[in-house]
Design a protein around this ligand. Structure first.
Ligand SMILES: [Zn+2]
Length: 301
């Protein structure tokens, strides 16, 4: 059977190419989007939809991998144009009532909240769909399989569609053109063991292409999952080395930034590409996520 076309929409986040994607899949009565992108890129989304001859009302379904603002921020607005929004059961209450989610994001982003993320509207209850793990979502003659993949967040799904796996953030961050990846590790739900289990689960699924939201469709999923596994191991080892000295968050951010820079230099990344990685996945945020994860996992044993 011929493959359904999947189109990568570049939302040009913060004026950067290849930072945040939304994936568009046309069908007989409109289009499906995997990820809505943030509220701040809504006009960019409308522009790229228009280039393809679509209006926002043509978006019939939005499949969210998770509710972080860079993935789900514009979903409420699209729901109000008529789209059905699909989200993990643990994330669903926050799409109906985003106040808590927005308050916790505001603690991280402060006065940059609006310029970074724009408006996050709630999803009306009758537009919200909560698929179960491993239960197919059927849209026309297309089938999407949600795969529960915690680790980056508790409420994370990857979606299998034909020969593609849309990995959201659980497959890591990877900008085209460089054999280099980053693991996005925001607070508060980062969990490295669960992440490793999710990678194992993805390895058991069959797909030829992998599509992280940051950024693009790649045809070497094995390389990506191997690299991700190595990165997770390296991060655990690094934590074991660094954390016993009980660094302050400031010290940890500095150490982590230095470590990331070393790796980026070794991989031959240009300043420009580094900037895209930083926009898609701020290093300081990952240091915060790691500290919180370490404290949690070492208090509970
Ligand atoms: Zn995320």
């Amino acid at each position: 059977m011929a493959k359904t076309p999947v189109i990568t929409l570049d939302l040009n986040f913060q004026g950067r190419k290849q930072a945040i994607a939304s994936y568009l899949i046309p069908h007989s009565s409109g289009v499906v989007l995997v990820e809505s992108g943030p509220g701040s890129t809504l006009s960019a989304l409308q522009a790229v939809l228009a280039e393809g001859g679509y209006s926002p009302q043509d978006v019939t379904h939005v499949l969210l991998t998770h509710i972080h603002l860079d993935h789900a921020g514009a979903a409420g607005w699209l729901a109000r144009q008529g789209a059905e929004v699909f989200v993990h059961p643990v994330g669903a209450p926050h799409m109906l009532n985003p106040e808590k989610l927005l308050a916790s994001a505001a603690r991280i982003y402060g006065d940059k909240m609006d310029s970074l993320w724009g408006e996050f509207l709630s999803v009306p209850e009758d537009r919200l769909k909560i698929p179960e793990d491993a239960r197919e979502i059927i849209i026309g003659n297309m089938r999407f399989l949600p795969v529960n993949t915690p680790g980056h967040a508790e409420h994370h799904y990857a979606y299998l569609f034909e020969d593609i796996c849309f990995t959201g953030d659980i497959g890591g961050v990877r900008i085209p053109g460089f054999p280099y990846m980053r693991v996005p590790m925001p607070p508060p739900e980062l969990h490295l063991e669960r992440w490793r289990d999710s990678v194992k689960r993805l390895r058991r699924e069959k797909f030829n292409r992998i599509a992280p939201t940051h950024f693009g469709i790649f045809d070497d999923p094995e390389w990506q999952l191997n690299e991700l596994g190595k990165d997770l191991d390296d991060i655990s080892r690094w934590l074991e080395e660094v954390m016993p000295a009980d660094p302050s968050i400031q010290e940890l951010r500095e150490k982590f930034t230095d470590w990331m820079e070393e790796q980026a230099l070794a991989a031959g990344l240009s300043e420009k590409v580094l900037k895209v990685y930083e926009v898609a996945n701020p290093v300081g945020m990952s240091a915060d996520g790691l500290l919180r994860y370490w404290k949690k996992s070492h208090l509970t044993g």
